[in-house]
Design a protein around this ligand. Sequence first.
Ligand code: GLY
Ligand code: MN
Ligand code: MN
Length: 436
Amino acid sequence: MNIKEFARRRKQLMRMMGEGSVAILPAAPVSIRNRDVDYRYRQDSDFQYLSGFPEPEAVIVLIPDRKHGEFILFCRERDVEMETWNGKRVGQEGACELYGADDSFPVNDLDEILPGMIEGCERVFYTMGTQPEFDQHVLQWVNKIRSMNRGGARAPGEFISLEHFLHDMRLYKSRAEVACHRKAMKVSVQAHKLAMKVCQPGMKEYEIEAEFLYHFQRNGMQPAYSSIVGSGANGCILHYTENSDTLHDGDLLLIDAGAEDECYAADITRTFPVNGVFSKAQKAVYEVVLNSQLAAIDKVRAGGHWNEPHQTAVQVLTEGLVELGILKGKVRALIKNEAYRRFYMHRTGHWLGMDVHDVGDYKVDSEWRELEPGMMLTVEPGLYIPAGSKGVAKKWWDTGIRIEDDVLVTRDEPKVLTGAAPKHIDDIQEWMASQA
Ligand code: GLY
Ligand code: MN
Ligand code: MN
């Protein structure tokens, strides 16, 4: 991402904050996995959105109209010994030269420097509650200014949630952001196609997961979330991530996996037969889910509202369940009393962005939000019929199907960005049967 893009975002945020304000945003902390082993570092999405700065132990401070520079970045100092052990650091010079900071200071000097920057500002933009330890520091800095009140120091009178502004900005994707999403989606589609190709009865779910990890990593990407690779009964477990069972001939395999590029996610689900050919019963349920997904995607239109794709999916799924005899009764009543929820218990999608379940309000003034060009969301209906489902014929048992694509709202037609992963029955079967 070009650093001008980050500068543009900071400018936009600072315009909204107005004069007399300061925004404070800490980087994601390092998470301990066990003893002295850390999890692989992933920057906080808001922090990344405003800076692109990849290191932990850093704090962004934005002060609109500050004479000595509006964008101040506190970060770790260069340190030859530490860098020998743990890798390179950007340092203060790098923060200015590479990341466009107007000023940069060692993060260890926060306590000395930051209160002076907050002093005199009327409003502090800060997101409380996500990093409790850092919350305490912010309160200490403000209290320090309050305690100097008799010397003429003026503490800010207002605390405003930074995320409220930032998350609304993140909801509308720029051209550069869509390009990052597309890169992640392209690699994720390739991985789904590879998985379909290598899949054989007798393999383990984790072997299929390994195809994704390998393909992501060799393209310089990481998974955007823990991959779900659930065969047979496991396809009915919505957040199944153990991925430890054997793939059986005759079972379906549900894979929900996507990569992220520069923190921009792909989120794709495909369901296909382990042996490459859908059974009659699997075909019947699959067609219902596919039809509901196509109908829901068609509702991803500027001017429509957030809930329309979901309502449409529920309608088509319920009609299908009645046609197959899995639900009995009148469609309208089954929707009204939510009888379909036995087999479809989640919503049809979510915003997609730097966080796979991205930020942004779904309702505005208690009304479903209107879709606008630049918004990106998933469309992912499914049906889940576990073994033992009362009143449901055995032939439908252990059928878990979800089909998920990533869709961009445009001025015209919905733009499906992940459609290159086969999802029509014939396309899947042909692809799985074709030579490498
Ligand atoms: N991969 C998580 C979801 O589909 O919402
Ligand atoms: Mn999703
Ligand atoms: Mn998903």
